[in-house]
Design a protein around this ligand. Structure first.
Ligand code: ZN
Length: 433
């Protein structure tokens, strides 16, 4: 194959990769793998502050000798302060980090809302929380410094957080099976209407077998995203600080990842129950010598979520814009059915080589035809180097510049490295499965 011209040798796509075999999605081997991985998920059920509260609760029941051994004192008040100081340190760290700061603020706002009458120190925070005191905001937020809040109040704030979070979590979990049904119905209707090739039983099975966690953002920060899907555990995480009106949409987005098509690679270990599986493809995102087409996968996922739920949370806007440009800026328009068919297609190892991912190939070829051979992989390389926004600019102006830039940079890097192409280069082009 010719990597530089972006030629895409489709005969390679059905191959196993080295010692790794491709296994059927949902097979016993696949399931046993993600069930095994789920054993390690328990930590995610933790609620921030709960371990400290438990330790403090246990103090009266512990023999004094043990207290002295563990805390070098038997004074329970001193020990309580010691335990809380550790929590304070964690909070300070989280507050100092731009990504988790608002979660710490959330913790104090929750407390201020409930205890402001008893504890005047919380008054300014409560005012800010209700959106009535922007002018006192800086001093109010100084209260988020845990040193300002004494032990008694900190315990109350932590207990309150635990109660609020667990209540939210219970509500989320108890509504899950209904949400799943609604999701499947919407997806069934949508795919039928649009003529997208899906196997309803597969979608149902994948959705049913998903595991969900409702996570405390103070324990596990999902950063700028409010949900994630992890194929290794076939597991969706939803952030506990989601606003009410966002839950349906975010769950829909993540479950879409969970039911999207996959290509799974398995390597056998020495014994039957050993071995590892990895995901060469989830939806349109491909993992072969690096990650490819994340922008495409998120653009499609979020567009579908918007269609299914019928709202717009302004998520992945650039990725959606780029997707639309990709479909419409070539010499012929690319039908979104081609993209959706590829998105939902599982690798089919029961078919003969060459016929195992026909929808992905059809989509890839449609892009080749509308632009130039290998354009999709060139665009991906361009975006990885320059960002999604730059991709939008270039494809919006003249898509040929993407080709030119990428061909030039490839030639350069090849001259720099070596004239020879490593045997693994094969994987780079065999991106698709
Ligand atoms: Zn996503």
């Amino acid at each position: 194959m010719n990597v530089d011209s972006g030629e895409y040798d489709l005969s390679d796509l059905d191959d196993d990769v080295g010692v790794k075999r491709k296994i059927p999605v949902g097979s016993a081997e696949h399931r046993s793998r993600y069930e095994y991985r789920r054993i390690f998920l328990e930590v995610e059920d933790a609620v921030f502050g709960q371990p400290s509260l438990n330790s403090i609760d246990w103090l009266p029941r512990l023999p004094e000798s043990l207290l002295i051994e563990r805390y070098k004192t038997q004074d329970k008040e001193v020990i309580t302060t010691k335990i809380l100081d550790q929590t304070r340190d964690v909070l300070k760290g989280l507050y100092g980090d731009q990504r988790s700061r608002r979660h710490v603020e959330g913790l104090y706002f929750e407390g201020a809302m409930r205890f402001h009458a008893e504890y005047p120190v919380l008054q300014p925070l409560n005012t800010v929380f209700r959106g009535m005191g922007l002018d006192v905001e800086p001093e109010a937020l100084d209260l988020c410094d845990p040193d300002v809040i004494d032990d008694e109040l900190l315990i109350k704030i932590l207990q309150n957080h635990s109660e609020v979070f667990l209540k939210k979590k219970e509500k989320f979990m108890s509504g899950l099976s209904e949400r799943r049904e609604v999701f499947l119905q919407r997806l069934q209707t949508f795919t039928k209407e649009k003529g997208i090739a899906v196997i309803p039983e597969d979608l149902q099975r994948k959705a049913d077998e998903l595991k969900f966690s409702f996570v405390d953002p103070l324990v596990i920060s999902l950063e700028e995203v409010v949900g994630t899907y992890n194929p290794e555990e076939h597991h969706v995480r939803i952030a506990g600080n989601l606003k009410k009106g966002q839950v349906d949409h975010v769950v829909t987005h993540e479950v879409l990842h969970g039911v999207s098509g996959q290509t799974i690679l398995s390597s056998k270990g020495l014994f039957e129950d050993e071995g590892e599986i990895s995901y060469q493809r989830v939806g349109l995102r491909i993992n072969a010598k690096g990650n490819h087409f994340k922008w495409l996968n998120e653009g499609v996922t979020e567009s579908l979520a918007m269609e299914l739920v019928g709202d717009n949370l302004d998520i992945y806007s650039s990725e959606r814009e780029l997707l639309n440009l990709l479909l419409t800026s070539g010499s012929t328009e690319i039908s979104d059915i081609l993209v959706h068919n590829a998105y939902f297609e599982d690798f089919d190892s029961s078919k003969s080589p060459g016929e195992r991912i026909p929808a992905w190939k059809a989509f890839y070829q449609a892009v080749n035809q509308a632009y130039a051979p290998g354009f999709l992989t060139m665009l991906d390389a361009y975006i990885q180097g320059n960002g999604v926004k730059a991709g939008i600019d270039q494809i919006g102006k003249d898509w040929h510049t993407v080709m030119e830039v990428e061909t030039r940079s490839k030639r350069k890097s090849r001259l720099k490295k070596d004239a020879s192409i490593s045997p693994e280069e094969r994987q780079v082009t065999a991106l698709a499965e």
